[in-house]
Design a protein around this ligand. Structure first.
Ligand code: LLP
Length: 421
């Protein structure tokens, strides 16, 4: 469910024609719908509440770190899951209260840990013994014990794309399931550490609830084991990962996911922390682009868009599918012909879709890539010295540019030439 629909033959974002934004902002640009963000957050939190769970949703900023997007969630009561000092600063700038921020990631530096400890965030999810020791030193030097969860790796196959699977024992994430108890004991002995919970995240874009259930059952076993050993385990951070439909996937509804949590962990009296990213923002964003040329190749037709792999990496990186539609609604009986939709970047991987059946689209037409709100702008780069594309947030009948397009001067100003040249 989202708020990008054709109205009188024109694609609108809520009540704003997409073409109108394009005329003012230029293409390409990302466009987010506030109503869709709010709806996804509400559906998710209601599902958790209806299952009777005491839960805190911490939006995974990596999916979409735009400060206006994060503030939209913060105003609804969301916390934040951050993985770098930069994301932590964004969460703070967006007004997320410090006691709703968790810090995840395998490679937090001393500077990042120091910053997080100084800010007094809710919890750090520690992923290794060296990190545990480093954190303890930093916290103890300030005379405090930092609340932590150990991220355990439950060795469960999430059944998703290999590049976004994180909960298998060969992955770099978390502490091996079988060694968890030993590492918890080590954590308890450290002066700057206060063990409060367990964290686990098995992967992203899961379309089946079963792997979640398996991981949660392992967490359940660990809670029992640790409590029997005197640990006061009171928070379970179950990560993110619930998938969304890009094409024909049918991921479990949040209610089914919430029930799996309730059934496996609901009786333990723990606060549940969740870190959804994609689910909250994926369908709430589109990438709008203009077709520069239609090129008849030797064996196929290419639609060459002004957006490229640097703006939306997912197709090039994961062969991900994004639905492509023209901004002007095609006639119901319009013929559909297979075309390759590509960008202008100088490599063949700069391909959004191969042999996609699309209605007639000509040079100068606006097209949109749907379901681009998660890991779209967030993963963009300036490859080929293409400026990062602007981001626009729509609310009802208005819109605002929430990240401006940098000028070429802005881009060039980051480089400097040493005086020997
Ligand atoms: N928590 C942790 C510890 C994570 O590593 C992730 C995602 C999340 C939460 C949020 O997961 P989500 O709810 O969004 O599935 N760039 C890839 C996705 C990478 C996900 C990385 N970790 C893509 O475009 O599909």
């Amino acid at each position: 469910m989202n708020h990008f629909d054709y109205v009188n033959g024109q694609l609108q974002a809520e009540q704003v024609p997409v073409a109108e934004i394009a005329a003012q902002v230029g293409t390409p640009f990302y466009c987010y719908s506030t109503a869709t963000l709010v709806r996804h957050y509400t559906v998710f939190t209601q599902a958790l509440a209806e299952a009777g769970l005491d839960a805190q949703v911490c939006f995974a900023l990596k999916a979409n770190p735009n400060v206006a997007v994060v503030r939209t969630f913060a105003q609804l009561g969301a916390g934040a899951d951050v993985v770098s000092e930069g994301e932590l600063r964004r969460a703070l700038a967006a007004g997320v209260p410090v006691d709703r921020i968790v810090f995840s990631g395998v490679g937090k530096t001393e500077a990042e840990l120091t910053f997080a400890v100084a800010k007094g965030i809710m919890q750090i999810n520690v992923e290794s013994e060296p990190e545990l020791e480093a954190l303890s030193k930093i916290a103890a030097a300030r005379g405090i014990r930092m609340p932590i969860a150990l991220r355990v790796n439950p060795d469960v196959d999430a059944g998703t794309h290999a590049k976004i699977t994180t909960g298998k024992k060969e992955n770099k994430f978390g502490i091996e399931w079988t060694r968890a108890h030993e590492v918890y004991n080590k954590a308890r002995a450290l002066p700057g550490i206060e063990v409060v919970g367990i964290a686990c995240h098995i992967g992203s874009q899961l379309t089946d609830v079963e792997p979640f259930r398996q991981a949660f059952l392992r967490v359940r076993d660990l809670v029992a084991m640790l409590r029997a050993d005197g640990f006061n385990i009171r928070r379970l951070d179950l990560g993110g990962g619930l998938g969304i439909p890009y094409e024909s996937e049918e991921p479990p509804h949040p209610a089914v996911y919430a029930k799996a949590i309730k059934d496996t962990l609901g009786d333990l009296g723990c606060k549940i922390v969740l870190e959804p990213g994609r689910l909250l923002v994926g369908n709430a964003g589109i990438l709008v682009s203009r077709v520069v040329y239609v090129k008849e190749g030797a064996t196929r037709t290419f639609l060459i868009a002004d957006a490229a792999m640097n703006d939306l990496m997912r197709p090039a990186l994961y062969e991900a599918h994004h639905t492509i539609e023209p901004v002007i609604e095609p006639a119901k009986d319009a013929p559909r012909l297979p075309v390759d939709v590509v960008g202008p970047v100088c490599e063949t991987g700069d391909t959004f879709a191969k042999q996609r059946s699309l209605p007639p689209i000509k040079a100068g037409d606006l097209i949109v890539f749907r379901t681009a709100g998660a890991y779209g702008a967030a993963m963009s780069s300036t490859y080929n010295t293409r400026p990062l594309v602007p981001e626009v947030l729509v609310k009802d009948d208005s819109f605002a540019v929430v990240r401006a397009r940098p000028s070429f001067d802005d881009m060039l100003a980051l480089d400097s030439v040493p005086d020997w040249l």
